[in-house]
Design a protein around this ligand. Structure first.
Ligand SMILES: Nc1ncnc2c1ncn2[C@@H]1O[C@H](COP(=O)(O)OP(=O)(O)OP(=O)(O)O)[C@@H](O)[C@H]1O
Ligand SMILES: [Mg+2]
Length: 206
């Protein structure tokens, strides 16, 4: 079972939006995803209720999520867990717990100098979590809120790549539909479809 965790230091980087759209894109591809909402604010669970999503979302805002997950998610019903986390700076213990069970970590961020400058604690938390496990998760940066044709996107990709980080080829544009999406059903969406395909290819499942 894959466990994909979205993470960032700050609020507003697109963790919940990415978790929501990506889970739908995986369901469209025949996977059986469940969203685990580790944010005490519960926005993913609330969005699921309001939007009447066909896929489930359960709340598990706990610093012992890594121990509880197996009891909450039935492996016979689901083959992909997407964990939406709170901001690392607010809930370090919960986020590290979610990182301990992740097979895949998605660091969602805008390609901007400010976001790049404050990603250090995210790498540190991933390392801290790795100390509790034998295998390392795959870690990828997802650029979100990307402005079309901005040369800065490639510049920021280069900086991260030089630091030894993997940046996914797929980027998510800044769009009004995402800004207004909370509380609504989620339909087919091309950028997230490409994102799911890229991840499936990375996992050797394409
Ligand atoms: N690609 C995008 N284009 C436009 N708006 C976006 C995009 N991604 C996210 N947003 C908007 O930005 C806001 C923050 O996004 P989101 O809630 O996904 O962030 P978050 O990282 O989960 O924040 P928090 O840590 O506070 O839960 C939301 O209003 C969302 O609709
Ligand atoms: Mg959120």
């Amino acid at each position: 079972m894959r466990v994909l965790t979205t993470v960032n230091l700050k609020g507003g980087s697109g963790k919940t939006t990415t978790a929501a759209y990506l889970a739908h894109a995986f369901a469209d591809r025949g996977r059986r995803p469940i969203i685990v909402d580790a944010d005490p604010q519960g926005s993913a669970v609330r969005w699921q209720e309001l939007g009447g999503w066909p896929l489930p979302a359960v709340a598990l805002p706990s610093t012992t999520l890594h121990r509880q997950l197996a009891g909450v998610v039935d492996r016979n019903r689901f083959d992909l867990v997407v964990i939406d986390t709170p901001p690392l700076e607010d809930r370090h213990g919960i986020v590290v717990s979610a990182l301990r069970v992740a097979t895949d970590v998605l660091v969602t961020m805008a390609p901007s100098m400010m976001e790049l400058d404050r990603v250090g604690p995210v790498w540190k938390a991933i390392e801290d979590a790795a100390g509790y496990r034998n295998d390392d998760p795959s870690v990828s940066v997802l650029f979100n809120r990307v402005t079309a044709r901005a040369s800065s996107t490639q510049a920021h990709r280069d900086i991260l790549t030089e630091q030894g980080r993997r940046v996914l080829a797929t980027t998510i544009p800044r769009r009004e539909v995402y800004a207004q999406a909370f509380g609504s059903p989620i339909g087919k969406d091309e950028p997230h479809a490409r994102l799911a395909e890229e991840l499936l290819t990375m996992w050797g499942e394409r």
